[in-house]
Design a protein around this ligand. Structure first.
Ligand code: NAG
Ligand code: NAG
Ligand code: NAG
Ligand code: NAG
Ligand code: NAG
Ligand code: NAG
Ligand code: NAG
Ligand code: NAG
Ligand code: NAG
Ligand code: NAG
Ligand code: NAG
Length: 454
């Protein structure tokens, strides 16, 4: 199969050192001139400044950033934040990461009455990654709690189709994403805990994935769900399904040295890159671009974060590894060329907020959802997605030097809020759980009845 980067004009020409209208806490030189690290730094400063909630909205009470559309992104964004620390050798915003810890019970409550299992798994995956990089035991313990909770609550113990995880408590569908997340989470937890039962469960999930034709073995595209007749549904849209599956296979490979796992991950990566790369610009696009909903705006980022895990597991000197790295850099440069708003002052860019104005002054650059442009508006989903790509494109061995490597500005202290504080956007009903003094914001299409969004 011809690789994508052979068939498009690579944007290496524009791989010059772009100086963004960056916050002065980021510079190319602090990262030894690594462009990916520098771009990630500027994107992260803007994410923190623009969409960190005002004390009124209260990240610490509900985990909501100022404009993420849902609960899950708050979990999923932590993984690139902490991978950035590892790849670029710094501890920027470490307090934000550390303060993101919640026990299982609080996470369940934040998205009551019953979170979908995939949403909980984003926290599990980010928490175990935080443990890997920073060694915080409480994150590991909660990742295991999440894993056990999803097993007990979400697995199909009837044995139909060999089990599998349901989407949510209505137990109506078994989507790919939940199953590949639990495959990856189990594989990571096994590496850390070395418990037989975690290994057995991981293999059970793997068997479910392989026995339900989730992977099309002609095209190596990944179906986004399964059918009641134990088949992939043939909808090959979302890129994050193959991304997380690749990440899981890489984990298994690292622990077993069985090359078929990493060979399969390479096939999945090639297929998704080929199928989702715009044939004019060579830039990666989600199936729904430019009209993705707020959930899908983060999918591409989750694919590339896992592509980076695959790159890291491939041997030095491997041409596939080199090709993926070029493809990531090409996409990073494409984003600068087609998709960035970096006006001075940055307030001239169209930046949207959901839960009121930000606490800090706005910062840039900001990015739009579709990586081939046009520039439309900045919001945290697309900003987090771009952060994932910049982080994935950081060169191995990047070192950070200087005071800003530990930049960690103070944030407002936690505020326990209730509905009386009017914490939700105007169109989203606030819903309190009795007898707990906590709340959730319902979707704008929902109403609150007896503490439940319906
Ligand atoms: C950069 O961001 C920090 C914290 O967000 C802020 O204190 C500083 O004033 C900003 N600098 C510029 C030039 O915007
Ligand atoms: C980074 O680039 C500057 C300017 O080109 C150069 O002076 C410096 O030596 C470079 N630093 C590293 C670590 O390569
Ligand atoms: C950066 O790398 C140096 C050298 O390996 C290491 O000693 C240091 O702990 C690292 N710092 C961070 C914040 O990762
Ligand atoms: C794991 O599976 C093996 C092989 O099927 C079995 O012998 C073993 O008892 C299982 N271990 C646990 C803890 O379930
Ligand atoms: C598929 O299911 C069969 C039992 O029905 C099992 O023996 C096999 O290991 C499963 N997994 C794979 C990857 O085929
Ligand atoms: C798998 O992909 C091939 C090649 O694109 C296609 O012809 C086939 O219909 C797909 N199979 C299923 C079950 O969707
Ligand atoms: C995998 O291979 C590496 C390098 O050959 C070796 O260091 C490691 O111990 C092996 N791991 C397993 C689980 O076999
Ligand atoms: C992506 O795959 C789908 C399903 O096989 C196919 O219909 C579509 O034409 C492919 N698109 C590209 C650009 O390869
Ligand atoms: C690029 O993709 C478009 C839409 O999928 C298709 O119509 C066109 O023929 C493709 N061009 C080339 C050169 O492959
Ligand atoms: C925002 O910018 C103004 C004008 O530069 C400055 O006075 C103010 O302190 C800044 N606010 C914050 C929270 O950084
Ligand atoms: C800014 O973005 C919003 C989408 O959040 C859009 O509705 C609005 O039209 C945009 N405004 C301008 C001036 O482009």
């Amino acid at each position: 199969m011809a690789r994508v980067w052979e068939s498009v004009t690579i944007l290496i020409a524009c791989f010059v050192l772009v100086q963004c209208n960056a916050n002065d806490t980021c510079s190319l030189t602090m990262f030894g001139n690594d462009t990916g690290a520098y771009l990630a730094c500027t994107a992260q400063v803007a994410l923190q400044a623009n969409w960190f909630p005002s004390p009124i909205a209260g990240l610490f009470s509900y985990l909501v950033w100022n404009g993420f559309d849902g609960f899950w992104q708050n979990g999923a964004v932590l993984e690139p934040m902490v991978s950035f620390m590892e790849y670029a050798n710094h501890s920027r915003y470490v307090s934000v990461v550390r303060n993101s810890w919640r026990p299982l019970y609080s996470l369940l409550e934040a998205y009551g009455p019953y979170p979908s299992f995939d949403d909980m798994c984003w926290y599990g995956l980010s928490y175990v990654r935080i443990y890997e990089v920073l060694g915080y035991e409480e994150f590991l313990a909660t990742a295991l709690d999440i894993y056990n909770w999803v097993w007990q609550t979400g697995w199909d113990f009837s044995g139909h189709c060999g089990g599998g995880f349901f989407f949510d408590d209505s137990r109506l569908s078994k989507p790919t994403i939940t199953n590949v997340q639990m495959f990856q989470l189990g594989a990571k937890l096994y590496r850390i805990y070395k418990k037989d039962d975690i290994w057995n469960k991981t293999i059970e999930v793997y068997n479910f994935i392989m026995n339900n034709s989730i992977i099309n073995t002609t095209s190596y595209l990944v179906s986004d769900s399964t059918t009641w007749t134990c088949q992939g549904n043939g909808n090959y849209g979302p890129t994050y399904s193959s991304g997380v599956l690749m990440g899981a296979l890489v984990e298994l490979y690292k622990q077993t040295n069985v090359s078929s796992y990493i060979d399969l991950a390479v096939k999945l990566a090639d297929a998704t890159i080929l199928n989702h790369t715009d044939n004019v610009t060579g830039i990666f696009r989600e199936y729904c671009d430019p009209q993705c909903d707020d959930d899908a705006k983060m999918f591409k980022g989750i694919f590339v974060r896992n592509l980076r895990y695959l790159i890291d597991a491939l041997p030095e000197g491997d041409s596939t590894k080199a090709g993926y790295k070029i493809w990531l850099k090409h996409n990073a440069m494409g984003i600068i060329k087609y998709d960035m708003c970096d006006k001075s002052p940055i307030s001239l860019c169209n930046i949207t907020f959901k839960d009121g104005p930000p606490y800090f002054n706005v910062s840039g650059p900001v990015f739009s959802p579709d990586w081939i442009g046009p520039v439309t508006y900045g919001a945290p989903m697309q900003q987090a997605c771009v952060l994932d790509l910049f982080v994935a494109s950081i060169n191995a061995g990047t070192r950070c030097t200087g005071d800003y490597c530990s930049f960690d500005p103070p944030y407002p202290p936690p505020q326990p809020l209730t509905c009386e504080s009017h914490p939700c956007p105007p169109d989203e009903p606030c819903c309190e759980y009795s007898p707990y003094t906590t709340y959730t914001c319902c979707e704008s299409t929902q109403k609150c009845q007896n503490g439940i969004c319906v």
